[in-house]
Design a protein around this ligand. Structure first.
Ligand code: TYD
Ligand code: MG
Length: 471
């Protein structure tokens, strides 16, 4: 019989090596490589050990009857929006986020909502004692909800308990990093344990039809700690984000087998738990510095929902050899691109200036459509000329300085009008799409035109800025 060659598998990303090494070259993690039996599940081509012949099964055509996945809405609208309409039966969700961001709060609220709808909801904490969970629920005014609680870490015990009685609609496991299973030998908290526990819980979900939510901790660089493979195993990965000082929390789907991945849910952390924010624009615009140079309002789209948000820029002469470019809430490389286009095509010299760009309210924008608003804010800050307080901006900027069309112009304009804006600076193409005569559209077909227009407005009422410009 041929000698089995052992293989070494990275427990984080699943890369296979011929010999042991300290660092996985595929994912860069240290001490994640462990020996695995080549026959043990890794090599799918290994001959079946039982000697059983495969059983042929029936293949189905692509066309056929489909059933919408049965869902259970949590009745927390912002959460349902992100999951795509509720928790799918038998699905497993991974919710990641920084410590203290509000994962446990959100999930106890979700469990209580399901329980209040008359369904069975179970909340298992591996981190906090039952009393602590109760205390939080008390604070949230949820102590009367019939959520079943436990403080447990053994996956086998949890599954045995959940298998008794009526199948729960929702099971929250807070957190997957604290769970351990007998089937794996390594210590609790290791990647192998996390993977093994997740596997067992996923099997339970598929078999019983309960929706399972796993809470996952996040490492310093924002990855969900433990094996990346857990992200591949689950049906949806949600990330709960927020900027430390802000009260806003944004729930975002990173992966979703049963729904959209571009929707966001917006919450506000209050003394009484997480409150849904149904109109995010009002929230992100609430602290506007009206008439100050360097602020522009961007009419964006998050998922299917238009969101107006303020973009703030500060351009100041640098004292350093290499000027600083700092950006919060937007893409660093897109900022570099916009700056390069301003320099190359619009005659705006920025090489002697530090540039800071900030998206107000802790929102993170991913759309290229924000280019125009960012450019307007930058030029406004540089020249000290405030932008009109009643104008919104959107449009993508190409490397040649042309303002390109963006999707869903009509929805953006409608939201702007709803919030009392009177003007919009938009790509040429948006003129045809706009059904909002109440909004004065000025089209910018290239960036140079917009820059000239802002510069012509002249410095506004900011004496400090004026002095700096003259110096
Ligand atoms: P928590 O849900 O425990 O965070 P996580 O599970 O993600 O670690 O939330 C902890 C923070 O939320 C804590 O700093 C206090 C704050 N908080 C409120 O502001 N209001 C509340 O009603 C609750 C329950 C928590
Ligand atoms: Mg927690």
């Amino acid at each position: 019989m041929a000698r089995r060659t052992p293989s070494f598998v990275c427990q984080n990303c699943g890369a296979v090596y011929g010999r042991w090494q300290g660092k996985c070259e595929a994912c860069g993690e240290w001490n994640t490589i462990a020996e695995e039996d080549a026959g043990g599940g890794v090599a799918a081509t290994a001959p079946s050990r039982s000697g059983r012949k495969g059983r042929p099964f029936k293949l189905e055509p692509l066309a056929g009857e489909t059933h919408e996945a049965p869902r259970h809405a949590s009745h927390i609208a912002e959460l349902d929006r992100v999951t795509g309409g509720g928790f799918v039966r038998g699905s497993v969700l991974l919710v990641g986020g920084d410590p203290g961001i509000g994962k446990s709060t959100l999930l106890i609220q979700a469990a209580a909502a399901i329980a209040n709808a008359g369904e069975r909801a179970v909340y298992i904490s591996g981190e906090e004692a039952v009393a602590q969970v109760r205390l939080r629920a008390d604070r949230l005014g949820l102590s009367r909800a019939s959520v079943e609680l436990a403080s447990e870490t053994s996956v086998e015990d949890i599954i045995a308990t959940l298998s008794q009685g009526k199948t729960p609609r929702l099971v929250v496991i807070d957190s997957i990093q604290t769970m351990w299973t007998d089937s794996v030998e390594s210590a609790p908290g290791t990647v192998t344990q996390v993977r093994g526990s997740a596997q067992a819980l996923i099997r339970f979900a598929k078999k019983s039809g309960a929706a399972v939510i796993l809470v996952g901790h996040v490492t310093k660089d924002g990855q969900i700690a433990g094996p990346r493979v857990v992200e591949h195993m689950v049906d949806a990965v949600l990330s709960f984000e927020g900027e430390g000082a802000h009260q806003f929390r944004i729930l975002r789907a990173v992966k979703n087998r049963f729904g959209p991945t571009d929707e966001i849910g917006v919450f506000e952390m209050t003394g009484g738990g997480l409150r849904e924010v149904t109109n995010p624009s009002e929230l992100f615009l609430s602290e506007r510095d009206l008439g100050a140079p360097g602020t522009a309002v961007f009419a964006g789209i998050e998922g299917t929902r238009p969101v107006l948000v303020e973009i703030q820029a500060l351009v100041a002469p640098t004292t350093l050899g290499t000027p600083r470019r700092a950006v919060v809430g937007w893409d660093q490389s897109r900022l570099s691109m916009v700056l390069a286009v301003l320099e190359a095509h619009c005659g705006v010299k920025l090489s002697g200036h530090d540039v800071y760009l900030n998206v107000a309210g802790g929102l993170r924008i991913q759309e290229p459509a924000a280019d125009l608003a960012a450019a307007a804010a930058l030029v406004s800050s540089l020249t000290g000329a405030p932008l009109p307080a009643d104008a919104v901006y959107f449009g993508e900027i190409s490397l040649s300085g042309v303002v390109r069309p963006v999707a869903q112009a009509a929805a953006r304009l409608k939201e702007a009008q709803k919030l009392g804006f009177a003007r919009a600076v938009v790509p040429d193409s948006a003129r045809g799409e706009a059904a909002e005569p109440a909004l004065a559209l000025s089209t910018a077909d290239n960036l140079a035109g917009l820059v000239a227009e802002i510069a012509a407005r002249g410095p506004g009422r900011s004496p400090a800025k004026l002095r700096r410009q003259e110096a």
